[in-house]
Design a binder for this molecule. Structure first.
Ligand SMILES: [Zn+2]
Length: 310
């Protein structure tokens, strides 16, 4: 009786989220609003996407929390640290968690529909590809920005790799950051492969071939999504220049003074850029999970989007 109750996904989910929530609040990973939203995102993913989906999200959550705290004072001195002593609020959590959560619900729905015989079982894997893509992108992007700033050499601008820019510049990339992004993707891929090999029912896959997709799916989406984020940041995001230190930033204040607007769409904040890049990561994920013809469709879509915005 008790073990049946405990193994019910709602009960186990509530217990798990309670434990992780309490711990991450104590470690100052989140504030109260962040805690509540992380509970919503975490529980939804646990219930709809299953344990494997949840564990990669948890990896991101913990790694991001630790990376943000890592040498926080040094980052604060450079003016590139997260606000509020690195505690994430609902805005951060929903900014990085909404798209994964939607794809996780997509996994659940397409699995239910496949059981009824309404859709092909592979649809759930496309959705899972979108989920993995979004999580890998967000994880790679967060870890690369939090740790890439410790690169010994100055970062270079992604739109002009010959140009060196101050540490923390929007769209600045470094070898260390790229390595961290690849590592984050590899780690996520590794978790998924372990699940697929040792606990297959906990991963939404429907064929053996899909097991071999997991690792490249995670690594490619992490790398492509993270760089897509830098690219959008360098070209479209609102940018300000600090007239004291010369850094290009998204902050309206730097070095104690107001910064000057230099370009990008004013409404396009870092919040929206992160949303966009995790959506792009998800798109890469679906593309890789689904095969070739979606490449053509999404290529066409972005081409239309790019040509209509001019
Ligand atoms: Zn400055």
């Amino acid at each position: 009786m008790l073990d049946q109750l405990l193994s019910h996904p709602v009960v186990s989910g509530l217990i798990l989220m309670g434990l992780i929530g309490a711990l991450s609040y104590r470690l100052h990973f989140v504030d109260i609003s962040g805690l509540i939203s992380a509970f919503v995102v975490g529980f939804t993913v646990w219930y709809t996407g299953g344990p494997a989906a949840f564990v990669i999200l948890l990896f991101y959550f913990i790694a991001a929390g630790i990376a943000t705290k890592f040498k926080y004072k040094a980052k604060a001195r450079l003016g590139i640290a997260q606000e509020a002593k690195g505690k994430r609020s609902w805005k951060n959590v929903f900014g990085s968690g909404t798209i994964p959560m939607l794809f996780s619900i997509g996994v659940y729905l397409s699995r239910q529909l496949a059981i009824q015989g309404f859709v092909d079982p592979s649809l759930a894997f496309w959705m899972f590809g979108g989920y993995v893509g979004a999580v890998s992108t967000t994880a790679a992007d967060t870890l690369a920005s939090e740790l890439g700033v410790f690169s010994k050499s100055k970062p270079r601008l992604i739109t002009n790799l010959r140009r060196k820019v101050p540490t923390g510049t929007i769209g600045g990339v470094s070898l260390l950051g790229e390595a961290v992004a690849l590592l984050a993707g590899t780690f996520i891929g590794y978790i998924l492969v372990l699940f697929a090999v040792f606990a297959r029912p906990l991963v939404p896959i429907s064929s053996d071939a899909q097991v071999f997709y997991l690792m490249p799916l995670a690594i490619i989406t992490a790398f492509a999504g993270c760089n897509a984020d830098s690219l959008i940041g360098a070209t479209l995001q609102n940018r300000y220049v600090c007239e004291i230190c010369g850094m290009i930033t998204d902050k309206e204040f730097h070095c104690g003074y107001e910064t000057k607007y230099v370009g990008g769409f004013k409404r396009l904040s870092n919040f929206i850029v992160n949303f966009g890049s995790s959506g792009m990561g998800a798109t890469f994920g679906i593309v890789l999970g689904a095969g070739f013809f979606v490449w053509v469709l999404s290529g066409l879509f972005f081409w239309l989007l790019a040509s209509s915005s001019k």
